[in-house]
Structure formats: C-alpha cells, structure tokens
Design a protein around this ligand. Structure first.
Ligand SMILES: [Zn+2]
Length: 389
C-alpha cells in the first residue's frame, strides 16, 4: 500500500481517557465558531485526509505554502488550510491557549492548541494561490470574505465526525483496498454527475490498475452545480449498471470547491494519496472556473513539481465519435469534428433544465433519468447546500 503524504497517517481524534481533560480545559474560554468549510477542513485534518497537516497552518507554513507550494519542511503542499477569526476574538487569544471549536450548529467538536495569531495580505495570497485577485473568481471571493486574522496550531476533535455513510476515512479506504486485493487504485475527483467521458476516463484508468475510487467533493459549491445527493445517486446508478462490483468503490471528499485550478489538482492528488490511491486522474481544466486557467495547466504544474508519491494520469478531451462508433479522445480519434459528439457538462445541464434527455451517446440513459427524476438537481444559490446527501 502506498505511503501517506509525509510518511505518517495523521489521526487527531482524542483518545477516550483524555477527552474529559480536554473538554474541561476548553470550557474556560469561549470557542471559535467554524463555518461549514472550516469544519470540513477540521475533520479532514483529524482523519488524516490532509496528512501530514495536524492542524490549521501557522504563519511559517502558510507563507511557504502560498509562495512555494511546500510546507516549511519542504513537503509539497499547494493550498493554505487556515482558520480565520475576527479582530475582537484575536484580542482575547494568546499563543499557548487551547480553545474550543464549534461546528456550524454551535456544537463543541474539538479544540485548537494555538501556536500563533497573524495577519496576511489577501491580495498577495489571492494572486499566488488563484493566479488572480479578481473577485469574480469564486475562490478569491471566499478569501475576501474571511476575517483579518488567522490562527494556527494543531487540533484535536472529540469524536470521529462523518459527513454521510459514504464518508470513508483514509484508514478505512486503505483497509477496503487491501480487503479487495487492490495493490493499485486510480482515484477520480469530481464535482459532477457522470457523463460518458467521465466513465471513459475512469475505465481507461482502471485498465491500468486493480481498482477505481470515485470520490466526489461534497460541500459548498456555486449556483448551477449539481447537488451533492444528485452526484451520489447518479454515480450509484452508473455503478449498478455499468461497473464491475469488485473493481470500483464510491466514497466522498467533504470539502469546499476552491476553484484553484492547478494548485487544487495537486491538493486533490495528495488527498487521494492519503486515501491509499496509487494513481490519480488529471483531466482538462481540473478544478477550474471560467477562463482563469489554461486547459492543461493542472497537468503542467504536476509535471513541474515532479514525483509527489502518486502517479498522475493525464487525459485529453474525450467524446463519442460516430465513425469510431464509441467513446474515444482527441489523442486517438483521427476523425473530423462533425463525427464527434462532445459531452459538455454545461450543455447537459442546460438540456436537463429544459426537460430534454441528453443523447445516450453522451450520458447513460439510467443516469439521465436519475437526474431528471429529481425535483431540483442543481444548486440554486452559491454556498452552503441544504439537504446534504
Ligand atoms: Zn473517430
């Protein structure tokens, strides 16, 4: 089995015998309230999905990640994992304090042992991480909405917190892979219901490996994206009809979409490495939004960084070709465009919204029906989703 990033799978769930002690320590000060994305980060740190991170970033790691895409010790890490607090809260906290953390409903779920409290330049961070400070970019907008102060330090949570029944922690997917005899596993990140190009790429990856892990990112997204429950139900439908039981697994990665393009591709790969995947698919415009990133920029950045302990699989445009009579790709189909039917996510969403079923050449009819049978398959307003899966 592949090593976790940094060599050790982090586990920050407090041991039973220390729980009461920690609870009484944090009861003396008022806790920090987490929004849904921060709460998801907390959980992902605690269950090892973000190994080797054991907490929210302190200033030295934060600056190094922003500027050089590594932690202070040189380990590759592309995205800041940060906890922001308002100035009034910052005044009451000191390095060395242990402070409670509340989930979005106000429930005390864990604690942070504070290393430092610091300010940062939003514009500089946006330009480095997202390649732009344009507030039309949803990831930049999220950053601008944050408070002025960041608090760094390692964390503990009191219990294993799970997003839903599909939320398998890295230690669990690792057991699953071993149990199924998969020595190599290709990981697939998605934020969409599957069309046939997704299936083609996943199965192309699976030809090279023993198993496939499809792991949709679930959490805050933007208006018009698929709802979490639709992504899951459409994948279940696809798996039931078109995938061999003993070769494919469906799990989830509870995390906000950052739309950070190339950097998020590296992040997505490292999370899947921690889940136990040996390979990871990087497609066209991975985690992109609008026209902020080049179509193959994510692939280029991974080539530049070099070996991060998981093998990237690069894919080109995939589509149906009537002359080839099947799914194929830019790389291997020699035919002209009029023979090709491209399964664009936007086109499919528009068709579904108008009540017409996409051609079975671009979306499996069972999947299309599963989406069309839902009352409201798409997110109406950006941000937190109601009725998570
Ligand atoms: Zn062709």
């Amino acid at each position: 089995m592949i090593e976790p990033h940094g060599g050790t799978l982090i586990d920050r769930v407090v041991e039973d015998e220390h729980e009461e002690q920690l609870r009484s320590r944090v009861s003396e000060t008022s806790a920090i309230d987490l929004d849904i994305a921060e709460y998801q980060d907390l959980i992902n740190i605690s269950n090892g999905r973000y190994s080797p991170l054991d907490g929210f970033m302190s200033q030295h790691d934060f600056l190094k990640v922003v500027n050089d895409m590594t932690l202070e010790d040189g380990t590759v890490w592309p995205l800041p994992i940060i906890l922001d607090i308002p100035p009034k809260k910052a005044e009451t906290l000191r390095p060395g304090d242990t402070v409670g953390l509340n989930d979005p409903s106000g429930r005390l779920v864990g604690a942070i042992h504070i290393d430092d409290i610091y300010k940062y330049s939003v514009i500089d961070v946006a330009k480095c991480v997202f390649g732009t400070d344009d507030t039309d970019h949803p990831g930049v907008q999220n950053l601008y909405n944050r408070e002025d102060f960041l608090v760094g330090g390692n964390i503990h949570v009191f219990d294993e917190e799970r997003y839903n029944s599909h939320d398998l922690f890295p230690k669990e997917t690792r057991v699953l892979f071993e149990h199924r005899g998969w020595e190599t596993v290709v990981g697939f990140q998605t934020r969409n219901a599957p069309h046939r190009a997704h299936e083609y790429i996943q199965k192309s990856g699976l030809e090279l490996t023993d198993g496939l892990l499809v792991q949709p990112k679930l959490g805050a997204k933007k208006q018009g994206d698929y709802r979490d429950d639709i992504i899951l139900s459409s994948y279940k439908t696809l798996f039931n009809n078109y995938y061999p039981d003993n070769r494919a697994a469906l799990s989830v990665f509870p995390s906000r979409m950052n739309y950070a393009g190339p950097r998020e591709a590296v992040f997505d790969a490292l999370v899947r490495k921690n889940q136990g995947c040996s390979h990871f698919v990087i497609g066209r415009d991975h985690a992109g939004v609008g026209n902020y990133y080049g179509e193959f920029e994510a692939q280029e950045i991974i080539r530049e960084i070099g070996d991060v302990g998981i093998i990237p699989l690069f894919y080109d445009y995939s589509f149906y070709c009537s002359k080839c009579d099947g799914m194929t790709s830019e790389k291997i189909c020699p035919h002209s465009e009029e023979k090709q039917i491209h399964p664009s996510g936007t086109k499919i969403r528009n068709m579904i919204q108008e009540g017409s079923q996409p051609s079975e050449k671009i979306m499996r009819p069972e999947v299309a029906r599963c989406i069309m049978d839902a009352d409201e398959p798409f997110i109406k307003e950006s941000g937190l989703q109601e009725g998570r899966a």
